[in-house]
Design a binder for this molecule. Sequence first.
Ligand SMILES: [Mn+2]
Length: 353
Amino acid sequence: MKLHEFQKSLRKNGIHLAIFVHPDPMIRYFTQKEFSNALLVITPRNATLFMTALDKKPHISGIDVKELSKGWEKTIKTKNVSKVGIHKKEMSVQFYDKIKKIFTKTQFVDVSSSLYTLRQQKTSQEIAAIRKACSITDTVFNDVVTELKKGTLRTERDVALFMDTRMRNNGVEPAFPTIVAMGKNAAIPHHTPSTASLSRGFLLLDFGARYKGYCADMSRTMFLGTITNKEKKHYDQLLCCQEKTICHIDTCSTFHELDAFARKELDTNAQYFVHSLGHGLGMEIHEHPVYSDKRTKIEHNMVFTVEPGVYFPQQYGLRIEDTILFNGKAKVLTKSSKKLICISSTKIRTKDF
Ligand SMILES: [Mn+2]
């Protein structure tokens, strides 16, 4: 993936060699494979993957594959290396100390920004994988709604386990720990599913599948039992905000501007919108583009979420989230309905109704 572009940037910046160490996602990005341990060394002219003999040896176009054995240090220690690129966020201090001993008179530079610039605009191959991850996510949502209506699931944990199993049955894994939050638990945006019983109130699901290494991210909020007018108003306002914000993408130039637009739509409830409007995603569930960076423009082939939420402490919380591709126009990749789903209390076997 985009190896030549990265090599070009090394050449341009006078960097003789860049080094990535497991579990840096850049290894997965450049090789499009998973390893239990590996080291990737990229120079402006070539690239070498050092991997353990415990994994199956792959064939990767443009990358030489060698065994990660004792003495690998000598293999990469070439003359005249005055500048080495590293990915600061992913390299341990221990490994950094080690390479400082290999390259004693060398300047180390963080190449993060050029890596993130490469990754934030997806290739058609990456977009295809994300689309598939989103479509499996939609299938799992459909399945969990059906199951909730049957009344077989009793707790947040039951719901999360059901969803995770459905993902695995579809040949994928959860892209991040599934969030299932009932009632006042949904007022905590990153609530961990507990043994709390399903009961009357908003039920928030935030989850996504990972397909061929690429993530989907979707949140839906439904209602168990009979909804009050006030609760319905909160849902309608949030949905209206989320849909208008998606429509606004095409006429908006930066993510920062889009975030401000969503907050304005929430009016006085914007004070309960305690996180950013969204994030980029791809190989990682949170990656560039970053909404909080004022300068980041919405560009072709970026994939990101739009996920406004309102959280009323000790009462309830709501979030509606889609994964979006921008290719001149905003395309919603997660297609599950956002019409409020209300599941009658008689369908839920719990004493709390
Ligand atoms: Mn998200």
